[in-house]
Design a protein around this ligand. Structure first.
Ligand SMILES: Nc1ncnc2c1ncn2[C@@H]1O[C@H](COP(=O)(O)OP(=O)(O)OP(=O)(O)O)[C@@H](O)[C@H]1O
Ligand SMILES: [Mg+2]
Length: 427
């Protein structure tokens, strides 16, 4: 039967669409099983985040199962690729490399080797002399991607294209490939930190809810089954300005430390946010000032999320507010307490999504108390829920016992003088 003739769907053999497991747990989790034969995946990330490293590991892992895997290296020579591969471990005999920037050469290599997996690193450096524009031009990138997509569909290998993005997230090139490919993966992380996130932005063969977590080490990326110790490992107990938040990434919850620092520095009323949205920081600070009587006027504020993660979601408002209030007053929050909730402009603490997941993760990591919105459902048995209606109430409840132990009582409500630097008030 010619392939263009319609056939009853029930008679179609579905086995060809089964995903090829890469053997790297977190990658397979994000892809809902693995890379689908004949499909095209775009993996993008900032320079140096580890795209080449991750994909070389994927290639080696697939080649280890006896399937052939081919790297089309348009940026690095075969010798450079070999050096990287040696650093990452054993080099399996079924791992092939072709160093070329020509799309035609890449096609010929696929034809010669018939691999199950082809990685092209990167699609922006590949060129298609037939496309009639300069390499790197948008039309070139698109033309190369189209050729590789046709090749994947015709010959059946899973194809992965690497795409570069710039620091502000916009990518001249790859983004316009999103509709052309079956799957789009974002590889994220701060290159100065070891944590990496792999996210499915688009996936035709499964959900996009999963997030893969990796640790970047000298010997490549490693799956992180339990991110808790990595994210909270350096946290110091009972330090003013530190609060614990439970954020949600995909279907997972990650418990992270939000830190704040308040100083009467030369910067005046400047606000510096790292991993926290700057507008959110400004809003939460304004709410603290007007609704909780915490005077921040003229002070320089810093807020950051430890570990290079981002906590740009409403649920992180309350811990951010508590970290700021704690830094301002010098009163440390209890060590075993997490908090979650969106902070409204009236100072009210509002419901957030995914509360069960957040509380479950906090409970699993050993936290014993959680400040939550009044409407929150019940949490895990070993986690005491403290329901709070407002930021002011939350802070009172959080530091109440600390304040009772200490004299004189630092003023919190109604403004007044305040210790400017956390160290002046901490014991
Ligand atoms: N020889 C080495 N020893 C230890 N670490 C290395 C070595 N070479 C590279 N790395 C680390 O691995 C990280 C990831 O590099 P990789 O080349 O995989 O990133 P990439 O996303 O492909 O970058 P690019 O956008 O430049 O292609 C680098 O930031 C670097 O810190
Ligand atoms: Mg690279």
């Amino acid at each position: 039967v010619p392939a263009t003739d319609p056939v009853p769907l029930v008679s179609v053999d579905g086995r060809g669409a089964r995903p090829l497991a890469t053997g790297i747990g977190e990658v397979d989790r994000v892809l809902a099983g693995g890379l689908v034969p004949g499909s095209v995946t775009l993996l993008y990330g900032e320079p140096g985040v580890g795209k080449s490293t991750l994909l070389l590991q994927v290639l080696a892992s697939v080649a280890e199962t006896g399937a052939r895997a081919l790297l089309v290296s348009a940026e690095e020579s075969a010798a450079q690729v070999r050096a990287r591969a040696e650093r990452l471990g054993e080099i399996p005999p079924d791992l092939f490399v072709v160093a070329t920037a020509d799309a035609g050469d890449a096609e010929a290599a696929v034809g010669a080797i018939e691999p199950a997996l082809v990685v092209v690193d990167s699609v922006q450096t590949l060129s298609d002399p037939g496309a009639g524009s300069a390499p790197g031009a948008v039309s070139q990138v698109r033309s190369c991607a189209e050729r590789l997509a046709r090749l994947a569909r015709a010959r059946g290998p899973a194809v992965v294209l690497v795409g570069h993005v710039t620091k502000d997230g916009d990518l001249a090139g790859p983004r316009m490939l999103e509709h052309l490919v079956d799957t789009v993966l974002a590889f994220e992380g701060d290159r100065h930190h070891t944590l990496r996130l792999l996210r499915a932005v688009k996936h035709r063969f499964g959900t996009t809810g999963e997030v893969g977590l990796f640790e970047m080490a000298d010997r490549g990326v490693r799956d992180i089954a339990d991110p808790g110790p990595l994210l909270l490992g350096d946290r110091r107990a009972e330090v003013p300005g530190s609060a614990v938040a439970a954020i949600v990434e995909g279907r997972r919850s990650l418990v992270v430390e939000i830190q704040a620092l308040v100083c009467a520095g030369a910067g005046g009323a400047r606000r510096t946010a790292v991993g926290v949205d700057a507008r959110r920081l400004a809003t939460v600070a304004a709410v603290l000032e007007s609704r909780a009587g915490i005077s921040l006027a003229g002070l320089e504020l810093f807020a950051s999320v430890a570990g290079g993660l981002r906590a740009n979601e409403p649920a992180a408002d309350l811990p951010l507010a508590l970290a700021l209030a704690s830094a301002t007053t010098g009163l440390a929050l209890p060590d075993d307490m997490v908090s979650l909730g969106e902070v409204g402009l009236a100072g009210e603490v509002r419901q957030v999504t995914g509360i069960d997941r957040r509380l479950a993760e906090a409970g699993r990591l050993g936290f014993r108390r959680a400040l939550v919105p009044t409407s929150a459902p019940t949490g895990p048995a070993d986690l005491e829920l403290v329901r709070v209606a407002s930021v002011a109430e939350a802070f009172e409840l959080a530091v109440g016992e600390v304040r009772d132990r200490r004299h004189p009582v630092p003023p919190v409500r109604g403004g007044g003088t305040m210790p400017l630097c956390p160290t002046t008030a901490s014991s």
